[in-house]
Design a protein around this ligand. Structure first.
Ligand code: C2E
Ligand code: MG
Ligand code: MG
Ligand code: MG
Length: 276
């Protein structure tokens, strides 16, 4: 306050910074209470077989609706959850909700489907991560094959003990996929070391189909690599039929994207896919 009238520029800068900081702190405070206040929900996005149009799996995508901030994009609140450590609690909640749905559907006699759950690096490197997964599967009597864990490349390469964690997850029987494949500045050597079931081609590559030949060469290489390593491959962010055509032509037969469906609330999924 002593220097209130001097160095106006500096003062402005600091106020601006503190405003941004304050907003983030406020959002974090709201996020901290999001579970107990029932503000989180899960949307599911179908994964479609291009040839048969069959849907046997979905990706779970978290949604946050807050009275003050409205619908906050996961692109905003997931990094906040990750940096604040809240992702542990939130990630546990997502996995448990997905298991609850699976249990409910099983009891109702719906056909079995797999649900993929996003796992952030901080969750993945918890000492008790594998035990948590095992316990929640047991608690809800879930067939492990009906759960898939999506791990990012940065978890694959930056976490000590990745091999041990993945081996133990595979021993439980869950599926493991690499999310956003091709965007992680990582070497490919982890692909030969780790037990991975599915590679998800990042949507940035799919968006550039028919726009960029180099990009197309990369997609073809990813598909061939996956097949040769005995892994499944799925395309993210398929929006146009010509993208589907391209992928089919080069032997990728599965995708998710707005061409088929946006991520939609679980109740609507039940109406659309199980009440036939
Ligand atoms: P992601 O796991 O790569 O999920 C795919 C994102 O692409 C989702 O964004 C989905 O809504 C969007 N998408 C699907 N189809 C299309 C399409 O055809 N075109 C375009 N442009 N986008 C499409 P969303 O739901 O906003 O989630 C963003 C990211 O937030 C996710 O990327 C994931 O990294 C993270 N995330 C979401 N839910 C969770 C969660 O429960 N846990 C963790 N750790 N991360 C999550
Ligand atoms: Mg994902
Ligand atoms: Mg992805
Ligand atoms: Mg992504």
């Amino acid at each position: 306050y002593v220097k209130k009238h001097g160095r106006a520029h500096y003062r402005f800068y600091n106020e601006e910074m503190s405003h941004i900081f304050h907003n983030e702190v406020l959002m974090e405070a709201h996020l901290r209470r999001a579970i107990e206040l029932n503000e989180l929900s899960i949307h599911l996005q179908p994964q479609v077989d291009f040839n048969t149009k069959d849907i046997n799996s979905f990706e779970a995508l978290l949604r946050w609706n807050n009275p003050k901030f409205g619908n906050v994009s996961p692109g905003v609140f997931i990094p906040l959850a990750e940096s604040s450590g809240l992702i542990i609690q939130i990630g546990d909640w997502v996995l448990e909700e997905v298991c609850k749905y699976q249990r409910d559907w099983q009891l109702k006699g719906f056909r079995p489907v797999r649900i993929a759950v996003n796992i952030s690096p901080k969750q993945f490197k918890q000492d008790n991560f594998v035990i948590k997964v095992e316990k929640v599967l047991e608690r809800y009597k879930i067939n492990p094959e009906h759960i898939e864990l999506e791990i990012t490349e940065s978890s694959m390469v930056n976490v000590d003990e990745t091999e041990g964690i993945l081996t133990r997850l595979k021993a439980l029987g869950v599926y493991v996929s690499v999310d956003d494949f091709g965007t992680g500045y990582s070497s490919l050597s982890y692909l030969k070391k780790y037990p991975i079931d599915i590679i998800k081609i990042d949507q940035s590559f799919i968006a550039d189909i028919n726009k960029d030949e180099k990009n197309e060469a990369i997609i073809k290489a990813i598909i061939t690599l996956s097949k040769n390593l005995g892994m499944d491959v799925i395309a993210e962010g398929v929006e146009y039929t010509d993208q589907e055509q391209f992928l089919k032509q080069f032997n990728c037969h599965k995708g998710q994207g707005y061409l088929y469906n946006k991520p939609i609330p679980v109740e609507k999924i039940v109406e659309q896919y199980f009440m036939l």
